[in-house]
Design a protein around this ligand. Structure first.
Ligand code: COA
Length: 260
């Protein structure tokens, strides 16, 4: 079902482990991988066997950015098209209703950094590193980085990274709030699965509404965001999982949510 040239997918029970796999180019995101990523996330959204998704890279990179060899021939219109297609694919990742974790195992540069920002949270191996090096190539981030990075770490820190292109280590990424946690390299996937399982122990319906409320609200005023939350609460109160979760607490038993 998940058969791609540039991406491998394994199931760990109900968690899809998505591995970028273009080893010869440190998993650089070329056009083929961009299209495969978009198609994959459409399928993952609609696969009831998948409840959570972990993204990682094979070899020594998470993703070393967009494939620079595909950039030379592009003119202004070609550049716009490149950013449009990149953002189309990255939005499929950001907008999926199921929880996502980036397990960052090595270089997360340019598009790799941007893709990690499309995930709900990030866990990094000690040897991981992050950068937005686009300006060193005379371009700028084109996978949502100018928008998502300042929203996550604030405009001052985002501008420092984007203007200097400097590479930071995992510990610094954790200090500035870019990653949630840094773990020894060999513990990365176990930690990511453990973290995902903590979320998946809860109602998938509730997780979906919480994700939607956070992601919609972040671009709105606080007052409008609160309205989104109020409507989401109304929707979640209509779910069987709410009835089960509340009943289980009152009956002093463990909840069995509908989708498990
Ligand atoms: N696009 C295309 N190819 C890339 C790539 C990219 N973004 N990043 C790495 N590669 C290729 C290299 O060209 C090299 O190919 P080769 O073996 O055919 O020469 C191979 O991956 C290994 O990379 P190499 O540079 O030899 O490894 P390194 O350990 O010395 O350096 C990096 C690793 C990540 C620091 C370096 O490859 C790099 O700076 N890459 C570009 C990162 C970048 O600017 N990304 C943003 C693009 S917008």
């Amino acid at each position: 079902m998940y058969d791609y040239n540039t991406i491998n997918v394994d199931m760990n029970e109900d968690i899809a482990i998505v591995r970028f796999s273009r080893l010869k180019a440190l998993n650089a995101l070329n056009h083929e991988m961009t299209l495969e990523l978009a198609e994959l996330f459409d399928k993952l959204e609609n696969d009831p066997a998948v409840r959570g998704i972990i993204l990682t890279g094979e070899g020594r990179a998470f993703m070393a950015g967009a494939d620079i060899s595909e950039m030379k021939e592009r003119d202004a219109e070609g550049g716009r098209e490149f950013a449009r297609v990149s953002n189309y694919a990255f939005s499929r990742v950001a907008d999926i209703s199921k929880p996502t974790i980036a397990a960052v195992n090595g270089f997360a540069l340019g598009g790799g950094l941007e893709l990690s920002l499309c995930c709900d949270w990030r866990i990094a191996a000690e040897s991981a590193s992050f950068a937005a090096p686009e300006v060193t190539l005379g371009i700028i981030p084109s996978g949502g980085g100018t928008q998502r990075l300042p929203r996550l770490i604030g405009s001052g820190r985002a501008k420092e990274l984007i203007f200097t292109g400097k590479r930071i280590k995992a510990a610094e990424a954790e200090r500035i709030g870019l990653v949630n946690k840094v773990v020894p390299d060999e513990a990365l996937m176990d930690e990511a699965v453990k973290s995902m399982r903590e979320a998946l122990a809860n109602s998938a319906v509730a997780l979906g509404y919480a994700k939607e409320a956070i992601d919609t609200g972040i671009g709105l005023s606080l007052a409008d965001g609160i309205k989104v939350e109020i409507n989401s609460v109304g929707m979640v109160f209509g779910s069987e999982d709410r009835l089960e979760g509340v009943s289980a607490f009152l009956e002093k038993r463990k909840a069995v949510f509908r989708d498990k």
